[in-house]
Ligand binder design. Structure first.
Ligand SMILES: Nc1ncnc2c1ncn2[C@@H]1O[C@H](COP(=O)(O)OP(=O)(O)OP(=O)(O)O)[C@@H](O)[C@H]1O
Length: 271
């Protein structure tokens, strides 16, 4: 992420991704400071999701490095602890919520796998796990009937509620970085704002660093300190959000901004 003096938490250095002979991401670098929020915007096929997947260790790049807290991460075979520290939520929460599992199981699995609640190697009691699940549901605005929610399955909830549960699941392992890939584009307009608001709150209360993938500049403006525009697999511009909106730079970024101004810009949640 560009003009900042803060030390980087997550750095992507010179990342290139190829699918067969096609270059989806072409020598892209950025750095995300601890507690920062970077919005990656651009048209469909620009390479945004691919870059996010590289950061999360889901796609191996042909070149470049992912560095977390100064440590270079393995492209995909990461340690459990490294996987814990970078969590991802997707456009469609159903991709991570197993329909045959209860919400209790969905929320507790990650924290048990990653030993999030263990102290000195002592496994947490079922009560402690339940307590943490309830806390997570409160955190994401599903505190009412939380006990009851734990026994239900994902299909009992609306799209927006399912996205809240997916966010709770990601936060359950206490990550440092949350990557949100188009987290609101599958939701009704009325619910989109609530989820963005939740992400903004979580960023501040949980001390998260946020990497937000969106094709909507209004969304990036609402949540992010910095904006990177991608086009055809390359980074066209990286600027602080204020600088970007004052002077987007290259013509492509100007066009994107003009198009965005024709739709409503979400209110600022950067806080
Ligand atoms: N698994 C894959 N195999 C082959 N090509 C792929 C694969 N995944 C993505 N691509 C291609 O790589 C390019 C970048 O895709 P990517 O999903 O990263 O773009 P994006 O900017 O996130 O687009 P969108 O906003 O539509 O999700 C596209 O041309 C896409 O078709």
């Amino acid at each position: 992420m560009t003009p900042t003096a803060s030390p980087a938490l997550l750095e992507l250095r010179d990342i290139t991704v190829r699918y067969g002979g096609f270059t989806a991401v072409d020598h892209v670098s950025f750095s995300l400071p601890r507690g920062g929020a970077l919005g990656i915007v651009g048209e469909s096929g620009a390479g945004k999701s691919t870059l996010a997947r590289v950061a999360a260790g889901l796609v191996a790049p042909a070149g470049g490095q992912v560095v977390l807290d100064g440590q270079t991460l393995a492209p995909i075979r990461r340690t459990r602890e490294q996987r814990r520290r970078i969590q991802m939520v997707f456009q469609n929460p159903d991709s991570t919520l197993n329909p045959s599992h209860s919400i209790y199981r969905i929320l507790s699995e990650g924290m048990v796998l990653h030993h999030t609640l263990e102290t000195n190697g002592v496994k947490p009691s079922r009560e402690a796990i339940t307590q943490r699940c309830l806390e997570l549901l409160h955190m994401v605005g599903l505190g009412e009937d939380a006990h009851d929610i734990l026994h239900r399955h994902p299909q009992a909830f609306s799209g927006g509620q399912r996205q809240r549960i997916a966010i709770a699941r990601a936060l359950g392992v206490k990550p440092d970085v949350l990557i949100a890939d188009e987290p609101t584009s599958a939701l009704d307009v009325s619910v989109q704002h609530e989820i963005l608001d939740l992400l903004a709150q979580m960023r501040h209360t949980q001390g998260l660093s946020l990497m937000l993938i969106t094709h909507d500049l209004g969304v990036a403006n609402a949540l992010c300190d910095c904006i990177m525009v991608m086009r055809g697999g390359t980074s066209v511009v990286q600027k602080s959000t204020e600088q970007f909106f004052a002077d987007p730079g290259p013509q492509y970024a100007k066009d994107l901004l003009t198009a965005a101004r024709s739709v409503s810009i979400a209110p600022n949640m950067r806080g």
